[in-house]
Design a protein. Structure first.
Length: 332
């Protein structure tokens, strides 16, 4: 069947079944209905008028015991009050019948200054009684026996610290934990994962035909302080995920550079090789792009090079010439 909008959702009414004994009048229900009209009571197939039973909490009480029978009593709940909801009374009324000469009355807790007192239907002015303790009211004039004394107290609430309905009213000042961390993001979201950009500030001489680690001793940025620029010149992020790396090296030789390329090493082993250029002069440049998974604890990456040529071969330092950079693009 077609519907305009969402398809209606239906569910069976909750029903309790009891067995009458011929003498039992009280039965314990699964839930507490709001009142007698909120449940349909059937005894031996006959629907009962609400005047023949009462409900108090989860107790169903019949005015006369239903007859004996197996599962002959059915209670179908037409409406169930919301559970787990705390209500607050904003007005509390307490009635007293005074004894001869009585002046003091114990009342439910109230806020001083927010209570009215009536004697025989007449509201007393504040000078006719004392209400300073929060739990008692004392009349200035003693009552006669049978006087009707009524107290009416009011709950005091404050909106002093309410957040105004204006743009920007809610900010990190009012949020307990406003920081966005990787742990709070859904699986596969890179979010604020580690990122770095490191480079060599000084020239580094390279031994020809030897795999050599590049000494990247400076950073443009390192969001997680995960790149070591003093000892090992390596990136060791503490967040597991897939990382995109790129790098570039500029070679120079006093005579000539013949071939050269750069390599991304993972845990001491070359895993991705960059462009293998061939030159017949003293200068050459090589670059690389690499996507690698890192476990977020022990895995690390470094930048190496392999160059052949004659004369003194040097990697020229500079943030735009010889650099290595990377960022997490997807969490594990």
């Amino acid at each position: 069947m077609a519907f305009i909008g969402n398809q209606p959702f239906t569910a069976a009414f909750l029903t309790d079944t009891f067995s009458g004994t011929g003498s039992q009048v009280a039965y314990t229900m699964t839930v507490a209905p709001a009142n007698t009209s909120s449940c349909l009571v059937v005894v031996s197939g006959v629907t009962q008028d609400p005047s023949t039973y009462s409900v108090s909490g989860t107790t169903l009480t019949f005015s006369a015991a239903p007859p004996s029978g197996t599962s002959n009593i059915s209670v179908r709940y037409l409406g169930i009050p919301a559970s787990g909801v705390t209500t607050t009374a904003y007005r509390t009324v307490t009635d007293f019948t005074a004894t001869a000469g009585q002046t003091s009355f114990s009342v439910p807790s109230y806020t001083v200054g927010y209570i009215d007192v009536y004697r025989n239907g007449v509201r007393l002015v504040s000078t006719d009684f004392t209400a300073t303790t929060g739990t008692t009211v004392v009349l200035n004039n003693a009552c006669t026996v049978g006087d009707a004394v009524v107290t009416e107290s009011f709950l005091v609430s404050s909106v002093l610290n309410a957040i105004p309905a204006t743009a920007g009213a809610v900010n990190s000042t009012y949020i307990t934990d406003a920081a966005v961390t990787q742990a709070k993001l859904a699986a596969g979201v890179a979010g604020n994962g580690p990122a770095f950009s490191a480079y060599a500030t000084a020239n580094q001489n390279i031994t020809a035909a030897t795999f050599t680690k590049i000494q990247l001793n400076a950073e443009l940025f390192d969001t997680a302080s995960a790149f070591d620029i003093t000892t090992n010149y390596r990136f060791t992020p503490q967040v597991a995920g897939y990382y995109q790396f790129s790098g570039n090296l500029y070679f120079s030789s006093s005579v000539s550079v013949t071939t050269g390329f750069i390599i991304v090493y993972k845990n001491g082993t070359g895993v991705n090789y960059g462009s293998n250029n061939t030159a017949t002069n003293s200068n050459m440049m090589s670059s690389i792009a690499s996507l690698i998974y890192l476990n977020g604890s022990t895995d690390y990456v470094e930048l190496y090079t392999y160059v052949t040529g004659t004369g003194t071969i040097t990697v020229i330092g500079g943030s735009s010439l010889s650099y290595f950079q990377g960022a997490m693009v997807r969490s594990a």
